[in-house]
Design a protein around this ligand. Structure first.
Ligand code: SAM
Length: 359
């Protein structure tokens, strides 16, 4: 009888414990899920605050909603409620003097050296909003949702809608500037004599490296209509005597003569077959002592690491061939191209230098 009571007591204790644990889990998980579910509100609000240029209007100190409504030609009571809501995520602060900037909203200022304005116009604006709105299409068909949302591939759309193209390019330029800081801070080019930047765009990375390393030479390689835009930037950096600009197609061939072949944000836009072709052309141009360096994000082999996984979905949504790779996948691609992966150097913000030589 006594044992029976104890057993029942133990059983109810363990049931109560289990219920408490379940409740605790529910309590701790529900707000997290709620934040995820409503994350779109935050993106939309940051976008509107950026479109209205509220941060610039607060640069000289706090302003009330009446002043801000006049300056932005908006409906004052709605603007007030909108700004008050943004104090909940520390984007602005409210006091009896009105609204003022916080450490977060300083990044919305147009003249902040690390301004995120351009990135927000792209990442929270129509181009991303409508593309992500069609995400189900990506998962069902394996085709980019950009094409479903805008009726044509991204770069064709930019040709017919130059303003959208400009929004995208300006955002990419901002992200490139961030990325160049990480590369220059954590990667050593001092032993390199001549860098060939394959698909180097308008040359901002290559020119920045040459500016920091005055003994190093460079060759910028990209499509004709892209490198045309590189000349003024090369002059701005003052590296014209150390940097050649060569137009071409990396699927056909790449220039010879470098001791480093650099590919930043190139391979993640192409499926394996095309990535392999680019790597094979690099391997052909390289001599036995030259090095290839891919600057790109990685997906980690372990199940837990979140790095790169969201960006990989972004690539699926925007590009028909886009994908991030694991180190093992790079190693395999290198091997098939006649290269050997020698080292992977983390540079911060899930950016890596994936190095190789001819095998
Ligand atoms: C994502 S951008 C990266 C640009 C630059 N490396 C950077 O990180 O800012 C891809 C680059 O590849 C270039 N590209 C695309 N197809 C190419 C081809 N067939 N031959 C050479 N360059 C190409 C594009 O013009 C563009 O500059």
């Amino acid at each position: 009888m006594r044992d029976g009571w104890q057993e029942t007591f133990q059983l109810s204790l363990s049931m109560i414990r289990r219920r408490i644990i379940m409740e605790e889990n529910q309590q701790s998980k529900t707000p997290q899920l709620g934040e995820y579910v409503y994350a779109y509100r935050i993106s939309a609000m940051i976008h509107v605050a950026t479109e209205l240029n509220i941060a610039d209007l607060l640069q000289d100190g706090p302003k009330d909603s009446h002043y801000l409504a006049v300056k932005t030609a908006t409906h004052e009571p709605s603007l007030y409620r909108f700004l008050r809501a943004l104090t909940a995520i520390d984007l602005f602060q409210e006091s009896e003097n009105g609204f003022e900037l916080t450490d977060l909203s300083r990044f919305l200022l147009s003249d902040h050296p690390d301004s995120l304005q351009a990135v927000i116009h792209f990442a929270c604006g129509e181009l991303s909003w409508l593309t992500w709105g069609e995400l189900l299409h990506v998962v069902k068909t394996g085709q980019p949702s950009f094409e479903k949302a805008f009726g044509m591939p991204k770069f064709d759309y930019f040709k017919t809608h130059p303003q959208a193209g400009k929004t995208f390019n300006t955002a990419m330029d901002t992200l490139t500037v961030y990325c160049i800081k990480d590369i220059l801070a954590h990667y050593d080019f001092s032993e390199t004599e001549c860098i060939v930047d394959i698909g180097g765009g308008v040359g901002r990375l290559l020119f920045s490296i040459l500016e920091k390393y005055p003994e190093t030479h460079g060759i910028l390689h990209d499509l004709p209509h892209v490198v045309r835009e590189a000349y003024p930037l090369r002059d701005q950096f003052g590296v014209e005597d150390r940097c050649q600009i060569i137009e071409g197609q990396f699927f056909e061939s790449v220039p010879q003569g470098g001791d480093m072949y650099l590919l930043k944000w190139i391979l993640h836009s192409w499926r394996d077959e095309h990535a392999l072709q680019i790597l094979q052309n690099c391997a052909q141009a390289m001599n036995d002592t030259a090095k290839i360096v891919i600057f790109e994000g990685l997906i980690h082999d372990d199940f837990k690491s979140p790095d790169g996984k969201m960006f990989d979905v972004h690539l699926m949504a925007f590009y028909p061939e886009g994908k991030l790779r694991t180190q093992a996948e790079f190693s395999q691609l290198f091997q098939e191209a006649g290269l050997r992966l020698t080292r992977t150097v983390p540079l911060g913000n899930n950016l890596y230098a994936i190095e190789g030589t001819r095998s």
